[in-house]
Design a binder for this molecule. Structure first.
Ligand SMILES: Nc1ncnc2c1ncn2[C@@H]1O[C@H](COP(=O)(O)OP(=O)(O)OP(=O)(O)O)[C@@H](O)[C@H]1O
Ligand SMILES: [Mg+2]
Length: 242
């Protein structure tokens, strides 16, 4: 079976400014992959290129063995629907309630009737502990609640791969730990492959996945946390701290 994500020699620039300069990275089925790197190192850009939201200039992104840019639009969209995403800022629709935000992908991409959609959305909100907040608008939520609502929405179509940009950003330590636990449960119980961007050490320790350090537009280290600490290049140890 093909890997959910295989990135090869990816180059991405914004105008004249190169951000990714030859990234090669593979995420295997069922694993937890963590992308690390300093602020501005291109982590979110890499995620966007994988999701097809930014166009790369060179190299290739393969999802489940297929290059979406080589497929007809509808097939590429179908392929990308196998991926769920939680953006760095949550990116909820501000005029829709929490329940409506979660229901939206179901309305767009399934044949469920309104009652079935509402029931499934309610179940997803229970899963992330937001049942009582279903009727609230995003502006009425705390940062942690917003992140969990975005997670519920990302899970609506049962993604095989979940991409999550800075799951703990802006959250207090307890809320951050809760989001990490949810991610772990998804991975352990449902076998969802995770691709998580983070530079938060407690998250890195909790998710205990394979690390990929992005530096100078490339992946300069791939391996476990223990390997990074004991035998990684100096830059990795410095990044992780004592
Ligand atoms: N849409 C865009 N247009 C122009 N430049 C961009 C765009 N998005 C990102 N950049 C630039 O690309 C570089 C990498 O940004 P990116 O958001 O990928 O970094 P990051 O590693 O996710 O950082 P952070 O940890 O702060 O989230 C930055 O210098 C940023 O200014
Ligand atoms: Mg980012």
């Amino acid at each position: 079976m093909s890997s959910p994500v295989a990135v090869e020699d990816l180059h991405l620039a914004y105008g004249e400014r190169p951000v990714l300069a030859g990234v090669t990275l593979e995420v295997e089925e069922g694993e937890v992959a963590l992308v690390l790197g300093g602020s501005g190192s291109g982590k979110s850009s890499l995620l966007k290129a994988i999701l097809g939201l930014e166009r790369h200039q060179r190299g290739q992104v393969r999802l489940f063995g297929q290059d979406p840019t080589a497929l007809p639009e509808e097939e590429a969209a179908q392929l990308r629907r196998r991926l769920g995403v939680v953006f760095q800022q949550g990116a909820l629709f501000s005029s829709l309630s929490v329940a409506e935000n979660v229901a939206l992908p179901l309305q767009m991409h399934t044949a469920l009737d309104p009652a079935g959609t509402a029931q499934l959305a309610a179940g997803l909100l229970e899963l992330v502990g937001l049942g009582p907040a279903a009727a609230l608008l995003p502006a009425q939520l705390s940062g942690g609640m917003r992140k969990r609502a975005a997670l519920a929405r990302a899970l609506a179509l049962g993604p095989e791969l979940l991409c999550c940009d800075e799951p703990g950003a802006g959250l207090d330590p307890a809320a951050g730990a809760q989001v990490d636990q949810l991610l772990l449960q998804l991975n352990r119980r449902l076998g969802t492959t995770l691709l998580v961007v983070t530079h938060h050490l407690p998250t890195i320790e909790r998710l205990a996945g394979r690390l990929h350090l992005l530096e100078g537009g490339r992946v300069v280290f791939s391996g476990t946390l223990a390997q990074a600490r004991h035998s990684g290049p100096a830059g990795v140890a410095a990044f992780l701290g004592p």
